[in-house]
Design a protein around this ligand. Structure first.
Ligand SMILES: Nc1ncnc2c1ncn2[C@@H]1O[C@H](COP(=O)(O)OP(=O)(O)OP(=O)(O)O)[C@@H](O)[C@H]1O
Length: 309
């Protein structure tokens, strides 16, 4: 992590998952999931609560045993070769894993001792804003400080892959941005990052690719841009017309996804074709568009479009 070389994904899969299934009480919570993660990429999972994200990543970590399917981490089976996988994969601990009387420094030193080539914990603690808290007991840390310590502990073993589940939940906006920079540095040093998140801005900024999980299945897997482009309403145009527009004319616009009227203001979502057609319509009717705004849909829009609620 200390060498800040520029990231270049090597395009070699370091994680391979095919047709993964996990059932609880006869219900498939992960239902035929397949994906690969290339070494050096940040790979994100997005999905509604209960979609199967954590179950999927815990099968990759070897913490849950799949009912069927194949999982390989650097060529190893995470269940059969659990010890070897633990040596190359850093995971965020759960709150219950640390004794409340342990100080931050003790936790960092203790976890360093588990690994053959641990990072120097002092700069790591500094980077995560924990230096002033080294002598504070875990039980006395705030939620955000605990979260930072968990991130430090996930990275301390100098892993090839780090799995961060809800990385910045509970962090204030400043700490969240600092953590994003840290994760970018981690990736730039060649570490592969698996990120489970509910924050679209985080996924959009950090992830090279994102798997959308819905009811135990991957419904889309693409770059953040690619997902936004797949969203049927990928371009949004809004304006206040100088004279009323005919609803039938609006409804006939090509590739139109939605029309919204708010007092006199009209917001349409569709594609570039929709935008061009509405401009032609306005010109042909000699109507001026006041406060005209055209914007791309966000990952948020894509997520809602591509997830069945
Ligand atoms: N040990 C278990 N026993 C029974 N059901 C479980 C178990 N673990 C998870 N589940 C169920 O599996 C489904 C998927 O859970 P999972 O934690 O993987 O979802 P998630 O996408 O990570 O959700 P969240 O965003 O809420 O963390 C949920 O319906 C959950 O209740």
């Amino acid at each position: 992590m200390t060498t800040m070389t520029m990231h270049r994904a090597t395009r070699e899969p370091i994680i391979e998952v095919s047709d993964l299934r996990k059932t609880y009480d006869g219900r498939a919570v992960v239902d035929g999931v397949s994906f690969t993660v290339e070494e050096g990429e940040i790979f994100g999972f997005l999905g509604l609560n209960g979609a199967g994200k954590t179950t999927t990543v815990e099968c990759v970590e070897g913490l849950r045993v799949p009912d069927s399917g194949r999982v390989r981490v650097a060529g190893l089976d995470p269940v059969a070769d659990h010890e070897a996988v633990t040596g190359i994969l850093g995971v965020q601990l759960q709150e219950s894993a640390l004794q409340s009387k342990l100080t931050v420094q003790e936790a960092l030193e203790l976890c360093s001792a588990f690994y053959p080539r641990p990072l120097d914990w002092k700069p790591l603690a500094e980077r995560l804003g924990l230096t002033a808290k080294l002598t504070t007991r875990f039980g006395k840390l705030s939620g955000g400080q605990k979260q930072r310590l968990f991130i430090a502990l996930a990275l301390i073993g100098s892993p090839r892959i780090v799995v961060l589940d809800e990385l910045t939940t509970g962090l204030d906006p400043r700490a969240r941005r600092d953590t994003w920079e840290l994760i970018e540095d981690v990736r730039n040093s060649g570490v592969t990052v698996i990120l489970v998140t509910h924050f679209m801005e985080e996924a959009q900024r950090l992830c090279d690719r994102i798997a959308l999980i819905d009811k135990g299945r991957i419904t889309a897997l693409d770059s953040p841009h690619g997902l936004v482009d797949r969203s049927p309403g990928s371009t949004v145009i809004s304006f206040t017309p100088s004279a009323p527009l005919d609803n039938e004319d609006l409804a006939a616009l090509p590739a139109l996804r939605s029309v919204e009227h708010k007092e006199e203001r009209i917001t349409l979502s569709g594609t570039d074709e929709t935008v061009n057609a509405v401009i032609s319509l306005l010109v042909s009717k000699r109507i001026t568009a006041h406060q005209l705004r055209v914007s791309d849909a966000t990952l948020d829009d894509a997520f809602l479009d591509l997830t069945e609620v």
